[in-house]
Design a protein around this ligand. Structure first.
Ligand SMILES: N[C@@H](CCC[C@H](N)C(=O)O)C(=O)O
Length: 276
């Protein structure tokens, strides 16, 4: 049997979206198979979404299963895609998104979808990273990084030019370093000359570089502000797949803004339910 999916991307970070009510006996197996860019549909993950339309604004329960078959607690671009998917279905311009990292509000703003992100932290225990105090500009596996959790852990390294970094070589040792009990995503960032940054991210769970990473963009912006590298607000962050904007709202929480596109729809094969 097959189940339907919709394919969305946010600045190139792309996802299959499957309604959580669909019969999918093994979500991890499906993600490993269908996220493969050679033999499957190809994506950075599958978002399983449950839509609660009776609330005002509507609520979406979001679960991201990554290409390695594991679940991630939060995804900035995934949340923006989930919001667009839910707004398309409900005709609204605002939704609430329930993630394992907290509940987020998302709003349409012209061509962009803006998500108020979860609380961020530099606290080592909460990231988690094995350290006695916040890790700011310390060398881990040969890379000078700052470590922050923006819903998921990120090690951020500021460099002169992101294009000069051999990310597939330098990122894996940091991603798997013993000091990160749950692993980490690895971002490199270089100044764009206008208070913003260019971004490249090696993602845990994808185990490779992605076209964009929303929690990574927020990690770069908040770390740059903490290190005094920018006082811009908003902070423009440009991964290879497009342009994101990180702002800080009156509740002190970062917001992530950028475009989302619905690419196409399709169906994927799953094992049918076992007859009693
Ligand atoms: N692409 C995402 C982040 C997804 C989770 C990450 N790979 C992890 O395992 O922590 C984003 O846009 O934030």
């Amino acid at each position: 049997m097959t189940v339907p999916f919709q394919k969305y991307h946010g600045t190139g970070n792309d996802f299959l979206i499957i309604h959580a009510d669909e019969h999918v006996p093994d979500r991890g197996e499906l993600a490993e198979r269908e996220c493969d860019r050679t033999d499957g549909v190809g994506a950075d993950g599958i978002l399983f979404l449950a839509l609660e339309e009776t609330f005002d604004p509507p609520r979406v329960v979001m679960t991201l299963v990554q290409p390695d078959g594991e679940t991630a607690p939060m995804c900035g671009n995934g949340a923006r895609c989930a919001a667009e998917w839910a707004m398309d279905r409900t005709g609204t311009d605002s939704v609430m998104i329930d993630t394992q990292a907290g509940t987020l509000r998302a709003d349409r703003d012209g061509e962009d979808v803006v998500v108020e992100m979860t609380d961020l932290t530099f606290d080592p225990d909460a990231i988690p990273v094995d350290a006695d105090e916040p890790v700011l500009r310390e060398e881990i596996e040969g890379l000078e990084v700052s470590v922050v959790n923006t819903g998921v852990p990120h090690a951020v390294s500021f460099v002169d030019d992101v294009d000069d970094v051999a990310l597939e070589e330098v990122a894996p040792p940091v991603r798997h370093a013993d000091v990160f009990p749950k692993g980490t995503n690895v971002c490199v960032a270089s100044p764009d000359g206008s208070g913003g940054f260019r971004q490249r991210t090696y993602e845990r769970g994808v185990e490779g570089e992605t076209e964009s990473c929303g929690t990574g963009a927020v990690a770069i912006a908040v770390t740059a502000r903490r290190l005094g590298l920018t006082d811009a607000d908003p902070v423009d962050v440009s991964p290879p797949g497009g342009d994101l904007r990180v702002s800080f709202n009156d509740r002190g929480r970062p917001t992530l803004a950028g475009p989302v596109e619905h690419e196409f729809d399709g169906e994927v094969a799953v094992e049918p339910p076992v007859e009693p």
